[in-house]
Design a protein around this ligand. Sequence first.
Ligand code: AMP
Ligand code: MG
Length: 414
Amino acid sequence: MLSVAEAQELVLSNARPLPAVTAELSPALLGRRLAEAVVSDVDSPPHDKSAMDGYAICRADLRKGQILSIIEEIAAGQVPTRTIRPGLCSRIMTGAPIPAGTDAVVPLEQTRLTGDRVELMDGSTNENIVRRGREMRQGDTILNLGQVLGPVEVGVLATVGHTRVSVTPAPTLAVVSTGDEVVEPSETPGPGQLRNSNGSMLLALAAGAGAVPRYLGIARDDVESLRKRIREGLSSDVLVLSGGVSMGARDLVPAVLATENVRPIFHKVLMKPGKPILFGVCDTNDRRCLVFGLPGNPVSSLVCFALFVRPALWRSAGHSVPLDFTVSARLTEEFAYRTDRPTYHPAELAVGPTGWEVRALPGGGSSDLLSLTRANALVVLPDGDHVHRTGQLLPVVRLDPVPWREGWPARLCK
Ligand code: AMP
Ligand code: MG
């Protein structure tokens, strides 16, 4: 059976960055990766401007007690018309263009106004002028190909009027829940039934990983019901199904995927929970859909999403993905555990005085989603019967990392 690392490698080698699209300048650009370099169409600032509210003066007049005549008032957005000469000054607001002849702007706080004249209270001041083009010059490359757009970059795009932006798009992700026993969250489960927690959770996980999620409802454990939703889901970049991938008589997902031209890449991974996971690809024309069949137990679905679906979404969005996105953390409480497969156990991860620290949480197994509300990570426990001692280092998968923002060294990425 494949190891988790081998399976992750197969997922990443089958996922590829989506073709670039043109997107409007909007908050939807957050987290997108630029598919072009962006050049400034302006000098910024566009003119020598005042850094203060104050008075534009000649430096020769800068003396304590000097009295100057005010010849003009220049608000932001106005253009000065008068030249500053000895004995004269103009009232100027922050950001307004500096009038000719100005050597410095004396801040308002260092002056005293009497009628149409002003007295300087201090013999020295900073220049308080921001020179034209100090931040950027017209023609400068200001954002690079591949750069990730955050709020600051969105502001910079606005500065240079780049309102149509070439980016690698957010992947679309369709969610299909399966199971005759599953009912929608708004319903009251009857005997033998339970509510569809996976649907909502997987949509939220997808949104959190930067994808555009789409819910396709609950497929019953019959071929037609599954086929209909799988066909619809294959038009997305990623299709995630929950349930129906194990060995039960009604676990029909693998067979139906095969009839819909989904090429299986792997089925089953040596891990706990999540062993029955299935991964395949469906190529139509030049589009590819990555298909994940996750086991139905909610904790299994979550673990498989974190280990396999999330890296595939990052890759599809053009991000570089670390080959190993575990961190090594020191155990803070002894923990005895017996398992026949590498186990991803709910844990609490924190930064301690000497680095990452982890504590395994008491967990109720692969259907106990509630226990995961207290977890922010999964500690990876090796197979066998072990007492894990306090102070020991164990690998930990964070449930909420944003690797492209953390600047992973390129050598660790694929
Ligand atoms: P399966 O992988 O289809 O064998 O499902 C395993 C178990 O996971 C089922 O017995 C259900 O208890 C549970 N389950 C399946 N689908 C869901 C779902 N959408 N939401 C919550 N629990 C589910
Ligand atoms: Mg099922």
